[in-house]
Design a protein around this ligand. Structure first.
Ligand SMILES: CC(C)(COP(=O)(O)OP(=O)(O)OC[C@H]1O[C@@H](n2cnc3c(N)ncnc32)[C@H](O)[C@@H]1OP(=O)(O)O)[C@@H](O)C(=O)NCCC(=O)NCCS
Length: 183
């Protein structure tokens, strides 16, 4: 049975990135990531409409981390560690199954440079290592080619395709489920 403990917060470092805990000062960057239409295109979420919503989000994440229900890392470049360029998280932790969902978003200025692949490898290592996961699930809109490509490039395998299971803005869309097992 998974017994996550996110205190002290498990900061992670890669060749180019710092994956760190969110702070109240990240609200502007969080607001951007939760309102930019390029980022939201396949996420099936209404855009955030105020900084207050980003501040509330940071508080919710903080609560979830303190109660070990989930964890979200802010992604920053090592040479500019204060400026958030994305996030990556484990949520929907299924304790009895040692399983969690993974989610990630990146600022469009940084797309196609291998950044999320680098972040994912590190978060996967943490997931199968200290966190104790046996499997990781990722759900995405079937049209989300970049997300599918990142998952495939980090060893995730396509497991399911749900037809028209998601309703948003007057349309039903298809969902892909990927997963990766601990070797
Ligand atoms: C998905 C997302 C995080 C990808 O981040 P990224 O840093 O640009 O991805 P990377 O540069 O690490 O790319 C990893 C691999 O995916 C491929 N890839 C990335 N974007 C792609 C695209 N649009 N089309 C085809 N391949 C793509 C890269 O070529 C690379 O392949 P390789 O390892 O074989 O060279 C980014 O596009 C994003 O934030 N999208 C909006 C939010 C979102 O949809 N999140 C996922 C929710 S499920």
């Amino acid at each position: 049975v998974l017994q996550p403990k996110f205190q002290p917060f498990p900061e992670l470092k890669t060749a180019r990135l710092l994956l760190r805990q969110l702070r109240p000062e990240d609200a502007a960057e969080i607001f951007f990531l939760r309102s930019d239409e390029r980022v939201l295109r396949y996420l099936g979420k209404e855009p955030a409409s105020s900084i207050k919503e980003a501040e509330d989000f940071i508080k919710i994440i903080d609560d979830n981390t303190s109660t070990n229900q989930g964890i979200l890392w802010g992604i920053a470049l090592l040479d500019n560690p204060d400026k958030l360029i994305g996030t990556i998280c484990y949520w929907n932790l299924l304790m009895e199954h040692d399983r969690a969902d993974i989610g990630f978003v990146l600022h469009p200025d940084h797309w196609r440079k291998g950044i999320m692949k680098e972040a994912l490898f590190s978060v996967i290592d943490y997931g199968f290592g200290p966190l104790g996961l046996h499997s990781i699930e990722a759900r995405l809109s079937a049209g989300n080619k970049s997300s599918a490509a990142v998952l495939e490039s980090t060893g995730f395998v396509k497991e399911a395709y749900f037809k028209e299971d998601f309703f948003f803005k007057g349309q039903y869309s298809d969902t892909l489920v990927y997963s990766r097992l601990k070797k």
